[in-house]
Design a protein around this ligand. Structure first.
Ligand SMILES: *Cc1c(COP(=O)(O)O)cnc(C)c1O
Ligand code: SF4
Length: 357
């Protein structure tokens, strides 16, 4: 058995196994025994949890909490609304559409880590919602829609499929003449770096004019290890770019120093920050959400000007009508016919000549 399938087989998803790794609190134990929810992670990711601190940023993403019972600010039936599944356009269950030229293609609802803050919680974690994940039906829809240039293969985690299934998907997608790129959203470089095997590298490697792009999800600097660095290097060596889509999580990364360290550390292992998402109003994850402005403030106070532009993600709210950027907007202080007054990250100002239309 390969190391990665062993990691999945030995998933830390029972109270007994968790107890061998951390000192489980009463609250955690009650959540595990009373909530109807799928939870668990790989032994690798579990080993990064703090043994004694239930507020450990990794532990909070892994271990269920009684707070998941509270739903004061979440939207019921969130995923159906968010992915426009109840609209006029008839599409297979596997296709979520918000844009004209690109779609999200859901191919599995299995993950290596069942993130407590998952916005697809209803489908992936709590399994209250069931969708038909028929890959061939999805492929047919995509090939019938010539306006689709870009397919984002997602889940669940598509890299939990076998090498053969991933190879089949890539081959079929590349046969569709109007597709210009194939993207995968996978958390495996972070929660299961062992997944980037020689076999998978062979599937991803050969040169092809339709490129493969990957976005992973890393939310805290503690999630990045030597193994992450190696997995990302291997992906890059196959010609696959790796970006990050972090989720802004209260008490985990909503602090200036941690937020900056996260983005700098991502670059140190060759992952390019892409998005930071506002944590979505799916039911039962109120306790992970901050006020909306928080992400823009963090970018203003800890990233822009404070570190390289390469470490700069775009902060967005992912809505049913697309992603809406909410970047800090303090730069233009004033403007007249002759000039702009611009402000930098330190609060200094500069005059800049204006060109009239
Ligand atoms: C996020 C998303 C995409 C891709 O958006 P990009 O901004 O291009 O990364 C496409 N379709 C859906 C439904 C999405 O949620
Ligand atoms: S890996 Fe993604 S889809 Fe899976 S539980 Fe985490 S956030 Fe949800």
């Amino acid at each position: 058995m390969e190391e990665w399938t062993e990691q999945i087989k030995n998933s830390v998803n029972t109270l007994e196994r968790l107890k061998t790794l951390v000192n489980v609190t009463k609250e955690e134990e009650e959540a595990i025994t009373t909530l109807k929810t799928r939870w668990g992670t790989t032994p690798y990711f579990a080993s990064l949890m703090d043994k004694d601190d239930p507020e450990c940023p990794i532990r909070r993403q892994v271990v269920p909490s009684l707070k998941e019972k509270v739903n004061k600010f979440g939207i019921d039936n969130y995923l159906i609304w968010k992915e426009n599944r109840a609209t006029e356009e008839v599409r297979p269950d596997s296709i979520a559409r918000q844009y004209h030229d690109r779609i999200a293609f859901t191919v599995t609802e299995i993950c290596a880590n069942y993130c407590r803050h998952c916005f697809r919680k209803e489908l992936v974690v709590d399994q209250e919602l069931s969708l038909r994940m028929d890959v061939d039906e999805g492929l047919k829809w995509i090939s019938d829609h010539e306006e689709i240039r870009d397919v984002l293969v997602t889940g669940g985690d598509p890299f939990l499929l076998s090498d053969e299934k991933i190879e089949y998907l890539i081959k079929k997608l590349r046969e569709i003449p109007h597709l210009e790129m194939v993207r995968f959203g996978t958390r495996t470089p972070i929660v299961l770096p062992q997944r980037i095997t020689e076999g998978l590298k062979k599937v991803l490697s050969p040169y092809h004019k339709v490129p493969i792009w990957i976005n992973t999800q890393c939310n805290h600097p503690k999630e990045i290890t030597e193994k992450t660095a190696k997995a990302v290097f291997d992906l890059l060596s196959c010609g696959v770019n790796v970006g990050n889509q972090a989720v802004l999580l209260k008490g985990i990364n909503d602090n200036s120093e941690i937020f900056r360290e996260l983005h700098q550390k991502l670059l140190s292992v060759r992952i390019r920050p892409y998005y930071v998402f506002y944590c979505e109003p799916a039911p039962g994850i109120d306790h992970f959400r901050t006020p909306v402005e928080k992400g823009a403030e963090l970018i203003r106070d800890s990233i822009r000007g404070h570190t390289t532009g390469l470490a700069q993600p775009m902060y967005v709210i992912a809505t049913n009508i697309g992603k809406i950027p909410l970047m800090p907007d303090y730069y233009i202080m004033g403007k007249d016919d002759k000039e702009y007054t611009l402000k930098n990250y330190k609060g200094e100002t500069v005059k800049w000549p204006n060109i009239p239309e």
